[in-house]
Design a protein around this ligand. Structure first.
Ligand code: GLN
Length: 538
Protein backbone atom coordinates (compact mmCIF):
# COMPACT_ATOMS: atom_id res chain seq x y z
CA UNK A 1 0.00 0.00 0.00
CA UNK A 2 1.51 3.34 -1.04
CA UNK A 3 1.78 5.93 1.70
CA UNK A 4 1.10 9.62 1.05
CA UNK A 5 2.67 12.43 3.03
CA UNK A 6 1.50 16.00 2.50
CA UNK A 7 3.48 19.06 3.52
CA UNK A 8 1.69 22.39 3.87
CA UNK A 9 3.04 25.73 5.06
CA UNK A 10 1.82 28.39 7.41
CA UNK A 11 2.28 32.11 8.15
CA UNK A 12 5.01 32.99 5.64
CA UNK A 13 6.41 31.67 2.39
CA UNK A 14 10.00 30.39 2.41
CA UNK A 15 9.37 28.89 5.84
CA UNK A 16 11.34 25.78 4.86
CA UNK A 17 8.76 23.38 3.41
CA UNK A 18 11.10 22.39 0.58
CA UNK A 19 13.98 21.51 2.86
CA UNK A 20 11.57 19.76 5.26
CA UNK A 21 10.20 17.65 2.42
CA UNK A 22 13.69 16.86 1.14
CA UNK A 23 15.01 16.06 4.63
CA UNK A 24 12.12 13.76 5.51
CA UNK A 25 12.57 12.09 2.13
CA UNK A 26 16.23 11.51 2.95
CA UNK A 27 15.37 9.85 6.27
CA UNK A 28 12.85 7.55 4.61
CA UNK A 29 15.27 6.63 1.79
CA UNK A 30 17.82 5.84 4.49
CA UNK A 31 15.29 3.35 5.82
CA UNK A 32 15.18 1.61 2.46
CA UNK A 33 11.92 2.97 1.05
CA UNK A 34 11.31 4.11 -2.51
CA UNK A 35 10.39 7.74 -2.04
CA UNK A 36 9.29 10.21 -4.68
CA UNK A 37 8.68 13.89 -4.00
CA UNK A 38 6.16 16.10 -5.73
CA UNK A 39 6.00 19.89 -5.67
CA UNK A 40 2.68 21.55 -6.27
CA UNK A 41 2.94 25.17 -7.33
CA UNK A 42 -0.45 26.86 -7.17
CA UNK A 43 0.42 29.54 -9.75
CA UNK A 44 -1.14 29.63 -13.23
CA UNK A 45 2.13 29.29 -15.19
CA UNK A 46 2.48 25.88 -16.85
CA UNK A 47 6.00 25.66 -15.51
CA UNK A 48 8.68 27.87 -14.00
CA UNK A 49 10.46 28.38 -17.33
CA UNK A 50 9.18 31.86 -18.03
CA UNK A 51 9.50 33.14 -14.47
CA UNK A 52 11.91 35.84 -13.33
CA UNK A 53 14.66 34.55 -11.01
CA UNK A 54 14.45 37.87 -9.12
CA UNK A 55 10.95 36.87 -8.01
CA UNK A 56 11.08 33.11 -7.83
CA UNK A 57 14.72 32.18 -7.63
CA UNK A 58 16.43 29.75 -9.92
CA UNK A 59 14.64 27.77 -12.60
CA UNK A 60 15.71 24.16 -12.10
CA UNK A 61 15.95 21.76 -15.05
CA UNK A 62 15.37 17.99 -14.84
CA UNK A 63 16.84 15.28 -17.10
CA UNK A 64 13.72 15.26 -19.25
CA UNK A 65 14.06 18.99 -19.81
CA UNK A 66 11.26 20.25 -17.56
CA UNK A 67 11.81 23.75 -16.20
CA UNK A 68 10.74 23.54 -12.58
CA UNK A 69 10.62 25.19 -9.21
CA UNK A 70 13.94 25.29 -7.37
CA UNK A 71 12.60 22.93 -4.68
CA UNK A 72 13.11 20.06 -7.12
CA UNK A 73 16.80 20.86 -6.87
CA UNK A 74 16.65 20.40 -3.08
CA UNK A 75 14.79 17.12 -3.55
CA UNK A 76 17.31 15.75 -6.05
CA UNK A 77 20.28 16.78 -3.91
CA UNK A 78 18.91 15.44 -0.63
CA UNK A 79 17.40 12.28 -2.03
CA UNK A 80 20.21 11.60 -4.49
CA UNK A 81 17.76 10.72 -7.26
CA UNK A 82 16.80 12.22 -10.64
CA UNK A 83 13.23 13.44 -11.01
CA UNK A 84 10.94 13.82 -13.99
CA UNK A 85 8.25 16.23 -15.11
CA UNK A 86 5.75 14.32 -12.99
CA UNK A 87 7.29 15.82 -9.85
CA UNK A 88 6.13 19.38 -10.49
CA UNK A 89 2.44 20.20 -10.86
CA UNK A 90 1.02 23.70 -11.32
CA UNK A 91 -2.53 25.08 -11.45
CA UNK A 92 -1.84 25.93 -15.09
CA UNK A 93 -1.12 22.29 -15.98
CA UNK A 94 -4.17 20.99 -14.11
CA UNK A 95 -6.61 23.41 -15.74
CA UNK A 96 -4.97 22.92 -19.12
CA UNK A 97 -5.65 19.15 -18.96
CA UNK A 98 -9.23 19.56 -17.77
CA UNK A 99 -10.08 22.22 -20.36
CA UNK A 100 -8.59 20.12 -23.15
CA UNK A 101 -10.56 17.08 -22.01
CA UNK A 102 -13.71 19.15 -21.96
CA UNK A 103 -13.05 20.24 -25.56
CA UNK A 104 -12.50 16.60 -26.47
CA UNK A 105 -15.96 15.83 -25.15
CA UNK A 106 -14.74 13.64 -22.34
CA UNK A 107 -17.19 15.00 -19.80
CA UNK A 108 -20.28 14.02 -21.80
CA UNK A 109 -22.64 16.82 -20.95
CA UNK A 110 -21.56 17.36 -17.36
CA UNK A 111 -20.91 20.78 -15.91
CA UNK A 112 -17.13 20.84 -15.45
CA UNK A 113 -16.37 22.07 -11.94
CA UNK A 114 -13.64 22.70 -9.42
CA UNK A 115 -14.95 19.77 -7.41
CA UNK A 116 -14.80 17.03 -8.62
CA UNK A 117 -13.08 17.64 -11.98
CA UNK A 118 -10.18 19.84 -10.99
CA UNK A 119 -9.62 17.97 -7.73
CA UNK A 120 -9.80 14.64 -9.59
CA UNK A 121 -7.09 15.78 -11.98
CA UNK A 122 -4.91 16.86 -9.02
CA UNK A 123 -5.43 13.48 -7.36
CA UNK A 124 -4.71 11.66 -10.63
CA UNK A 125 -1.31 13.31 -10.79
CA UNK A 126 -0.50 12.45 -7.16
CA UNK A 127 -1.68 8.84 -7.53
CA UNK A 128 0.32 8.43 -10.74
CA UNK A 129 3.51 8.94 -8.71
CA UNK A 130 2.22 6.48 -6.12
CA UNK A 131 2.05 3.66 -8.70
CA UNK A 132 5.74 2.79 -8.60
CA UNK A 133 6.77 4.07 -5.19
CA UNK A 134 6.37 3.21 -1.51
CA UNK A 135 5.95 6.79 -0.38
CA UNK A 136 4.94 9.99 -2.18
CA UNK A 137 5.77 13.22 -0.36
CA UNK A 138 3.79 16.11 -1.79
CA UNK A 139 4.65 19.68 -0.90
CA UNK A 140 2.03 22.34 -1.52
CA UNK A 141 3.65 25.66 -2.38
CA UNK A 142 2.57 28.94 -0.83
CA UNK A 143 0.82 29.13 2.52
CA UNK A 144 -2.52 28.00 3.85
CA UNK A 145 -4.85 30.96 3.42
CA UNK A 146 -3.58 31.92 -0.05
CA UNK A 147 -6.29 32.28 -2.68
CA UNK A 148 -4.77 29.66 -4.97
CA UNK A 149 -4.31 26.75 -2.57
CA UNK A 150 -7.83 25.50 -1.56
CA UNK A 151 -8.36 23.17 -4.59
CA UNK A 152 -5.11 21.40 -3.74
CA UNK A 153 -5.92 21.19 -0.05
CA UNK A 154 -9.34 19.78 -0.93
CA UNK A 155 -7.71 17.17 -3.17
CA UNK A 156 -5.33 16.03 -0.41
CA UNK A 157 -8.20 15.94 2.07
CA UNK A 158 -10.02 13.57 -0.27
CA UNK A 159 -6.92 11.41 -0.55
CA UNK A 160 -7.02 11.07 3.24
CA UNK A 161 -10.58 9.69 2.96
CA UNK A 162 -9.87 7.46 -0.01
CA UNK A 163 -6.66 5.89 1.23
CA UNK A 164 -7.49 5.66 4.91
CA UNK A 165 -5.85 7.71 7.61
CA UNK A 166 -3.16 5.10 8.33
CA UNK A 167 -1.86 5.65 4.78
CA UNK A 168 -1.90 9.42 4.75
CA UNK A 169 0.00 11.89 6.88
CA UNK A 170 -0.35 15.66 7.03
CA UNK A 171 2.58 17.73 8.12
CA UNK A 172 2.33 21.47 8.64
CA UNK A 173 5.45 23.66 8.61
CA UNK A 174 4.96 26.98 10.33
CA UNK A 175 6.83 29.93 11.74
CA UNK A 176 7.39 30.84 15.37
CA UNK A 177 7.51 34.62 15.36
CA UNK A 178 9.68 36.83 17.59
CA UNK A 179 8.43 40.14 18.87
CA UNK A 180 9.43 43.15 20.84
CA UNK A 181 12.65 44.25 22.50
CA UNK A 182 12.90 41.01 24.49
CA UNK A 183 12.44 38.82 21.45
CA UNK A 184 9.38 37.09 22.85
CA UNK A 185 8.45 33.86 21.05
CA UNK A 186 4.95 33.81 19.64
CA UNK A 187 3.12 30.60 18.85
CA UNK A 188 -0.15 32.27 17.90
CA UNK A 189 0.49 32.71 14.16
CA UNK A 190 1.06 28.94 14.01
CA UNK A 191 -2.11 28.27 15.99
CA UNK A 192 -4.07 30.43 13.54
CA UNK A 193 -2.57 28.78 10.55
CA UNK A 194 -3.48 25.33 11.85
CA UNK A 195 -6.98 26.63 12.47
CA UNK A 196 -7.14 27.81 8.84
CA UNK A 197 -6.10 24.32 7.77
CA UNK A 198 -8.83 22.84 9.98
CA UNK A 199 -11.48 24.96 8.28
CA UNK A 200 -10.43 23.23 5.05
CA UNK A 201 -10.96 19.86 6.70
CA UNK A 202 -7.42 18.88 7.56
CA UNK A 203 -6.09 18.13 11.02
CA UNK A 204 -2.29 18.02 10.79
CA UNK A 205 -0.53 15.03 12.34
CA UNK A 206 2.76 16.82 12.85
CA UNK A 207 3.64 20.49 13.23
CA UNK A 208 7.16 21.54 12.32
CA UNK A 209 8.10 24.84 13.90
CA UNK A 210 10.65 26.96 12.12
CA UNK A 211 12.24 29.06 14.85
CA UNK A 212 15.26 31.20 15.58
CA UNK A 213 15.49 29.99 19.20
CA UNK A 214 14.77 26.67 20.87
CA UNK A 215 11.17 25.77 21.63
CA UNK A 216 10.55 25.77 25.36
CA UNK A 217 8.51 23.07 27.09
CA UNK A 218 5.80 25.66 27.64
CA UNK A 219 5.68 26.47 23.91
CA UNK A 220 5.56 22.80 22.98
CA UNK A 221 2.70 22.27 25.40
CA UNK A 222 0.76 25.22 24.00
CA UNK A 223 1.35 24.20 20.39
CA UNK A 224 0.32 20.64 21.14
CA UNK A 225 -2.89 21.78 22.81
CA UNK A 226 -3.97 24.37 20.27
CA UNK A 227 -2.85 22.51 17.16
CA UNK A 228 -4.30 19.20 18.31
CA UNK A 229 -1.15 17.13 17.97
CA UNK A 230 0.69 15.07 20.60
CA UNK A 231 3.62 16.75 22.32
CA UNK A 232 6.20 14.70 20.46
CA UNK A 233 4.63 15.70 17.14
CA UNK A 234 5.69 19.30 17.73
CA UNK A 235 9.06 19.33 15.99
CA UNK A 236 11.63 22.06 16.28
CA UNK A 237 13.32 23.27 13.09
CA UNK A 238 15.82 25.86 14.19
CA UNK A 239 17.44 28.28 11.68
CA UNK A 240 20.72 26.93 10.45
CA UNK A 241 23.33 27.94 7.92
CA UNK A 242 23.97 24.30 7.14
CA UNK A 243 20.76 23.07 5.51
CA UNK A 244 22.31 19.65 4.81
CA UNK A 245 22.35 18.99 8.53
CA UNK A 246 18.56 19.23 8.86
CA UNK A 247 17.89 15.53 8.11
CA UNK A 248 20.12 14.67 11.06
CA UNK A 249 18.41 17.22 13.28
CA UNK A 250 15.04 15.75 12.36
CA UNK A 251 16.36 12.25 13.06
CA UNK A 252 17.33 13.40 16.56
CA UNK A 253 13.92 14.98 17.06
CA UNK A 254 12.39 11.59 16.25
CA UNK A 255 10.53 12.79 13.16
CA UNK A 256 11.12 9.69 11.05
CA UNK A 257 10.07 7.23 13.78
CA UNK A 258 6.95 9.27 14.36
CA UNK A 259 6.12 9.16 10.65
CA UNK A 260 6.77 5.39 10.52
CA UNK A 261 4.54 4.83 13.50
CA UNK A 262 1.77 7.03 12.20
CA UNK A 263 1.82 5.36 8.77
CA UNK A 264 2.05 1.91 10.36
CA UNK A 265 5.35 1.16 8.68
CA UNK A 266 7.76 -1.23 10.40
CA UNK A 267 10.61 0.71 12.00
CA UNK A 268 13.92 -0.04 10.30
CA UNK A 269 17.43 0.85 11.36
CA UNK A 270 18.32 4.05 9.41
CA UNK A 271 21.49 4.07 7.27
CA UNK A 272 22.47 7.66 7.83
CA UNK A 273 26.22 7.07 7.92
CA UNK A 274 27.09 8.35 4.42
CA UNK A 275 25.16 11.53 5.05
CA UNK A 276 26.79 11.94 8.46
CA UNK A 277 30.24 11.47 6.95
CA UNK A 278 29.48 14.15 4.39
CA UNK A 279 28.35 16.56 7.13
CA UNK A 280 31.56 15.84 9.06
CA UNK A 281 33.60 16.78 6.00
CA UNK A 282 31.56 19.94 5.57
CA UNK A 283 32.03 20.94 9.17
CA UNK A 284 35.74 20.19 9.39
CA UNK A 285 37.37 21.46 6.22
CA UNK A 286 41.12 21.19 5.83
CA UNK A 287 41.52 23.91 3.23
CA UNK A 288 39.62 26.91 1.91
CA UNK A 289 38.97 28.67 -1.37
CA UNK A 290 37.46 32.06 -2.14
CA UNK A 291 35.20 32.02 -5.17
CA UNK A 292 33.65 35.07 -6.82
CA UNK A 293 30.28 34.55 -8.50
CA UNK A 294 29.86 37.28 -11.08
CA UNK A 295 26.21 37.61 -12.03
CA UNK A 296 23.29 39.98 -12.17
CA UNK A 297 21.07 38.36 -9.56
CA UNK A 298 23.60 38.68 -6.74
CA UNK A 299 21.06 40.40 -4.49
CA UNK A 300 18.87 37.33 -4.63
CA UNK A 301 20.82 34.28 -3.39
CA UNK A 302 18.11 31.83 -4.47
CA UNK A 303 18.63 32.75 -8.10
CA UNK A 304 21.87 30.75 -8.16
CA UNK A 305 21.02 28.16 -5.55
CA UNK A 306 22.19 25.08 -7.50
CA UNK A 307 25.45 26.85 -8.33
CA UNK A 308 26.02 27.65 -4.65
CA UNK A 309 25.26 24.08 -3.67
CA UNK A 310 27.46 22.60 -6.41
CA UNK A 311 30.37 24.79 -5.27
CA UNK A 312 29.83 23.47 -1.77
CA UNK A 313 29.91 19.92 -3.16
CA UNK A 314 33.16 20.76 -4.93
CA UNK A 315 34.42 21.75 -1.48
CA UNK A 316 33.23 18.47 0.04
CA UNK A 317 35.09 16.51 -2.65
CA UNK A 318 38.28 18.41 -1.79
CA UNK A 319 37.75 18.54 1.99
CA UNK A 320 37.68 22.32 1.74
CA UNK A 321 35.43 25.20 2.72
CA UNK A 322 34.25 27.30 -0.21
CA UNK A 323 33.62 30.97 0.58
CA UNK A 324 31.37 32.63 -1.96
CA UNK A 325 31.78 36.33 -2.78
CA UNK A 326 29.05 37.96 -4.83
CA UNK A 327 30.14 40.40 -7.51
CA UNK A 328 27.45 42.41 -9.27
CA UNK A 329 28.27 42.17 -12.97
CA UNK A 330 26.51 45.44 -13.81
CA UNK A 331 28.71 47.39 -11.39
CA UNK A 332 31.82 45.53 -12.51
CA UNK A 333 31.35 46.82 -16.06
CA UNK A 334 31.64 50.39 -14.76
CA UNK A 335 34.65 49.73 -12.52
CA UNK A 336 38.14 51.11 -13.13
CA UNK A 337 41.04 48.67 -13.53
CA UNK A 338 41.95 49.28 -9.87
CA UNK A 339 38.43 48.54 -8.71
CA UNK A 340 38.33 45.36 -10.78
CA UNK A 341 41.62 44.32 -9.20
CA UNK A 342 40.13 45.13 -5.79
CA UNK A 343 37.17 42.82 -6.49
CA UNK A 344 39.28 39.86 -7.48
CA UNK A 345 42.61 40.22 -5.66
CA UNK A 346 41.73 37.76 -2.91
CA UNK A 347 39.85 35.37 -5.17
CA UNK A 348 41.06 31.85 -5.90
CA UNK A 349 38.44 31.26 -8.56
CA UNK A 350 35.85 33.15 -10.60
CA UNK A 351 32.54 31.72 -11.76
CA UNK A 352 30.08 33.21 -14.25
CA UNK A 353 26.68 31.50 -14.04
CA UNK A 354 23.83 31.28 -16.55
CA UNK A 355 21.44 34.05 -17.47
CA UNK A 356 19.47 35.84 -20.14
CA UNK A 357 19.48 39.37 -21.59
CA UNK A 358 22.16 41.97 -22.04
CA UNK A 359 22.18 43.43 -18.53
CA UNK A 360 25.45 42.68 -16.76
CA UNK A 361 27.07 40.97 -19.77
CA UNK A 362 29.98 43.40 -20.15
CA UNK A 363 30.88 42.84 -16.49
CA UNK A 364 30.92 39.08 -17.00
CA UNK A 365 33.25 39.59 -19.95
CA UNK A 366 35.49 41.76 -17.74
CA UNK A 367 35.59 38.90 -15.22
CA UNK A 368 36.58 36.40 -17.92
CA UNK A 369 39.35 38.69 -19.13
CA UNK A 370 40.68 39.21 -15.61
CA UNK A 371 40.69 35.45 -14.95
CA UNK A 372 42.45 34.70 -18.24
CA UNK A 373 45.09 37.39 -17.88
CA UNK A 374 45.79 36.63 -14.23
CA UNK A 375 45.70 32.84 -14.52
CA UNK A 376 42.84 32.57 -12.01
CA UNK A 377 40.72 29.41 -12.29
CA UNK A 378 37.53 30.29 -14.15
CA UNK A 379 34.30 28.37 -14.63
CA UNK A 380 31.57 29.57 -17.01
CA UNK A 381 28.12 28.00 -16.97
CA UNK A 382 26.00 28.35 -20.10
CA UNK A 383 25.93 32.14 -20.44
CA UNK A 384 29.32 31.93 -18.69
CA UNK A 385 30.93 29.94 -21.52
CA UNK A 386 29.43 32.36 -24.01
CA UNK A 387 31.12 35.24 -22.16
CA UNK A 388 34.38 33.27 -22.08
CA UNK A 389 34.23 32.84 -25.87
CA UNK A 390 33.26 36.47 -26.57
CA UNK A 391 36.13 37.72 -24.38
CA UNK A 392 38.59 35.36 -26.05
CA UNK A 393 37.43 36.40 -29.53
CA UNK A 394 37.73 40.09 -28.69
CA UNK A 395 40.99 40.15 -26.82
CA UNK A 396 42.96 37.16 -28.10
CA UNK A 397 41.65 36.46 -31.59
CA UNK A 398 41.52 40.16 -32.48
CA UNK A 399 37.78 40.31 -33.25
CA UNK A 400 37.27 43.41 -31.18
CA UNK A 401 33.56 43.72 -31.95
CA UNK A 402 32.74 40.10 -31.30
CA UNK A 403 29.43 39.54 -29.52
CA UNK A 404 26.47 37.24 -29.15
CA UNK A 405 23.56 37.92 -31.47
CA UNK A 406 21.38 37.69 -28.34
CA UNK A 407 22.89 40.98 -27.15
CA UNK A 408 23.87 42.68 -30.41
CA UNK A 409 21.91 41.41 -33.40
CA UNK A 410 24.04 43.57 -35.72
CA UNK A 411 27.46 42.53 -34.50
CA UNK A 412 29.95 41.97 -37.35
CA UNK A 413 31.26 38.92 -35.45
CA UNK A 414 28.46 36.86 -33.93
CA UNK A 415 30.79 34.34 -32.26
CA UNK A 416 27.72 33.26 -30.29
CA UNK A 417 24.65 32.83 -32.46
CA UNK A 418 21.23 31.20 -32.50
CA UNK A 419 21.10 27.43 -32.23
CA UNK A 420 19.81 25.96 -35.46
CA UNK A 421 15.97 25.80 -35.18
CA UNK A 422 15.76 28.49 -32.48
CA UNK A 423 15.69 31.54 -34.76
CA UNK A 424 12.11 30.93 -35.95
CA UNK A 425 10.63 30.24 -32.54
CA UNK A 426 7.98 32.71 -31.41
CA UNK A 427 6.45 30.91 -28.43
CA UNK A 428 8.80 31.38 -25.49
CA UNK A 429 7.62 28.78 -22.94
CA UNK A 430 9.32 25.39 -22.96
CA UNK A 431 11.00 25.83 -26.35
CA UNK A 432 14.70 26.17 -25.50
CA UNK A 433 17.16 23.32 -26.03
CA UNK A 434 16.26 21.62 -22.76
CA UNK A 435 17.37 18.65 -20.73
CA UNK A 436 19.89 15.87 -21.22
CA UNK A 437 22.05 15.74 -24.34
CA UNK A 438 25.22 13.75 -24.89
CA UNK A 439 28.62 15.36 -25.24
CA UNK A 440 31.79 13.71 -26.54
CA UNK A 441 35.00 14.69 -24.77
CA UNK A 442 38.41 15.31 -26.29
CA UNK A 443 41.30 13.52 -24.62
CA UNK A 444 44.06 15.40 -22.83
CA UNK A 445 41.81 18.25 -21.80
CA UNK A 446 40.62 19.49 -18.41
CA UNK A 447 37.14 18.25 -19.30
CA UNK A 448 38.30 14.71 -20.05
CA UNK A 449 40.52 14.69 -16.98
CA UNK A 450 37.52 15.60 -14.82
CA UNK A 451 35.04 13.06 -16.18
CA UNK A 452 37.46 10.25 -17.06
CA UNK A 453 35.09 8.98 -19.71
CA UNK A 454 34.53 9.58 -23.43
CA UNK A 455 30.82 10.49 -23.45
CA UNK A 456 28.80 12.34 -20.84
CA UNK A 457 25.20 13.46 -20.44
CA UNK A 458 24.38 16.90 -19.10
CA UNK A 459 21.35 19.16 -18.71
CA UNK A 460 20.80 22.12 -21.01
CA UNK A 461 18.71 25.27 -21.16
CA UNK A 462 19.72 27.64 -23.94
CA UNK A 463 18.90 29.17 -27.32
CA UNK A 464 22.37 30.32 -28.37
CA UNK A 465 25.64 28.54 -29.12
CA UNK A 466 29.20 28.98 -30.31
CA UNK A 467 29.03 29.90 -34.00
CA UNK A 468 30.79 27.18 -36.02
CA UNK A 469 32.06 29.76 -38.55
CA UNK A 470 34.46 31.01 -35.87
CA UNK A 471 35.63 27.72 -34.44
CA UNK A 472 38.76 27.44 -36.55
CA UNK A 473 39.92 31.01 -35.86
CA UNK A 474 39.34 30.62 -32.14
CA UNK A 475 41.16 27.28 -32.07
CA UNK A 476 44.12 28.76 -33.90
CA UNK A 477 44.42 31.29 -31.10
CA UNK A 478 44.38 28.69 -28.35
CA UNK A 479 40.77 27.99 -27.46
CA UNK A 480 40.08 24.27 -27.14
CA UNK A 481 36.65 22.84 -27.84
CA UNK A 482 36.99 19.92 -25.50
CA UNK A 483 33.36 18.79 -25.60
CA UNK A 484 31.16 18.53 -28.71
CA UNK A 485 27.79 17.05 -29.56
CA UNK A 486 28.21 13.57 -31.13
CA UNK A 487 27.65 15.02 -34.64
CA UNK A 488 30.31 17.65 -33.83
CA UNK A 489 27.91 20.44 -34.76
CA UNK A 490 27.51 21.97 -31.31
CA UNK A 491 30.21 23.13 -28.94
CA UNK A 492 29.46 21.86 -25.45
CA UNK A 493 32.69 22.74 -23.62
CA UNK A 494 35.39 25.30 -24.32
CA UNK A 495 38.64 25.73 -22.43
CA UNK A 496 41.63 28.03 -22.65
CA UNK A 497 45.02 26.50 -23.39
CA UNK A 498 47.97 27.67 -21.31
CA UNK A 499 45.82 28.48 -18.32
CA UNK A 500 45.65 26.52 -15.04
CA UNK A 501 41.88 25.90 -15.39
CA UNK A 502 39.64 28.08 -17.52
CA UNK A 503 36.64 26.17 -18.75
CA UNK A 504 33.07 26.83 -19.70
CA UNK A 505 30.17 24.51 -20.45
CA UNK A 506 27.14 25.19 -22.59
CA UNK A 507 25.21 22.90 -20.26
CA UNK A 508 24.43 23.36 -16.57
CA UNK A 509 26.56 20.93 -14.54
CA UNK A 510 25.25 22.48 -11.32
CA UNK A 511 21.90 20.71 -11.81
CA UNK A 512 23.47 17.25 -11.61
CA UNK A 513 25.74 17.79 -8.60
CA UNK A 514 24.74 16.07 -5.36
CA UNK A 515 26.30 16.28 -1.90
CA UNK A 516 26.97 12.53 -1.92
CA UNK A 517 28.14 12.72 -5.51
CA UNK A 518 29.88 16.02 -6.25
CA UNK A 519 30.06 17.00 -9.91
CA UNK A 520 33.50 16.33 -11.47
CA UNK A 521 33.79 19.79 -13.04
CA UNK A 522 32.97 21.53 -9.75
CA UNK A 523 35.37 19.19 -7.96
CA UNK A 524 38.20 20.08 -10.35
CA UNK A 525 37.39 23.80 -10.42
CA UNK A 526 37.64 23.90 -6.63
CA UNK A 527 40.81 21.77 -6.73
CA UNK A 528 42.37 24.34 -9.09
CA UNK A 529 41.21 27.18 -6.82
CA UNK A 530 42.73 25.46 -3.78
CA UNK A 531 46.01 25.07 -5.60
CA UNK A 532 46.02 28.77 -6.33
CA UNK A 533 45.16 29.52 -2.70
CA UNK A 534 48.22 27.52 -1.58
CA UNK A 535 50.51 29.15 -4.10
CA UNK A 536 49.39 32.65 -3.13
CA UNK A 537 49.97 31.85 0.55
CA UNK A 538 53.56 30.76 -0.10
N1 GLN B 1 21.02 33.36 -22.77
C1 GLN B 1 21.87 32.29 -23.20
C2 GLN B 1 21.19 31.37 -24.19
O1 GLN B 1 20.00 31.38 -24.32
C3 GLN B 1 22.36 31.50 -22.00
C4 GLN B 1 21.30 30.71 -21.33
C5 GLN B 1 21.67 30.25 -19.94
O2 GLN B 1 22.65 30.69 -19.36
N2 GLN B 1 20.88 29.36 -19.38
O3 GLN B 1 21.85 30.60 -24.86
Amino acid sequence: MTKYIFVTGGVVSSVGKGITTASLGRLLIDRGFNVVPLKIDPYINSDAGTMDPFQHGEVFVTNDGTETDLDLGHYERFLGIDLSRDSNVTTGQVYDTVIREERDGKYQGQTVQLIPHITDEIKRRIYKLGEDNDIVITEIGGTIGDFETPPFVEAIRQIGMEQGRQNVLYLHVSLIAYLGPWGESKTKPTQHSVRALLTLGIQPDIVICRCARPLTEEMRRKLSLFCGVPNRAVIEARDTRLIDEIPLTFEREGLASLVMERLRLPEREPQTSRWEEMIERLKHPEGEANIAIVGKYTEHGDAYISVKEALKHGGIANKAAVHIHWVDSEKLAENSEDEIEENFREMDGILVPGGFGYRGIEGMIVAARYARENQIPFFGLCLGVQCLVIEFARNVAGLSQAHSSEFDPDTPHPVIDWLPDQRQITQLGGTMRLGLYPCVLKENTHAHKAYQQPIILERHRHRYEVNNDYRETLEEHGLVFSGLSPDEQLVEIAEVKDHPWMLGSQFHPEFRSKPLNPHPLFRDFIAAALQRHHEEAE
